[in-house]
Design a protein. Structure first.
Length: 95
């Protein structure tokens, strides 16, 4: 099983970097992509991932891309609320 999750991570990592995501300098399981004033973050843990963005459309496009390449089999999208105060984003996830 460890071998399978390693292969999945390698496929995911290769895909993300080919799409312009940068791997974190300290945390190598964090992938970041900046698009104009928006950002999308993807955090990977073993064979799970969580992602979020300042733009809901980027989340939907990311999800479609992952499903189209069979990189995810099931998902649960959580509604979220984001607000900007003094140039800083405060993002809350609601479960």
């Amino acid at each position: 099983m460890k071998h399978a999750s390693g292969q999945w991570y390698e496929r995911l990592s290769n895909f993300l970097t080919s799409q312009g995501y940068e791997r974190g300098k300290v945390d190598k399981t964090l992938f970041i992509r900046k698009l104009n004033s928006d950002i999308i973050l993807v955090q990977v843990y073993v064979d799970d991932m969580i992602f979020g963005s300042t733009n809901e459309i980027l989340c939907q496009k990311f999800l479609s891309a992952m499903q189209g390449r069979s990189l995810i089999s099931r998902h649960k999208l959580l509604p979220w609320i984001a607000s900007e105060t003094d140039g800083a984003w405060d993002i809350s996830v609601l479960i």
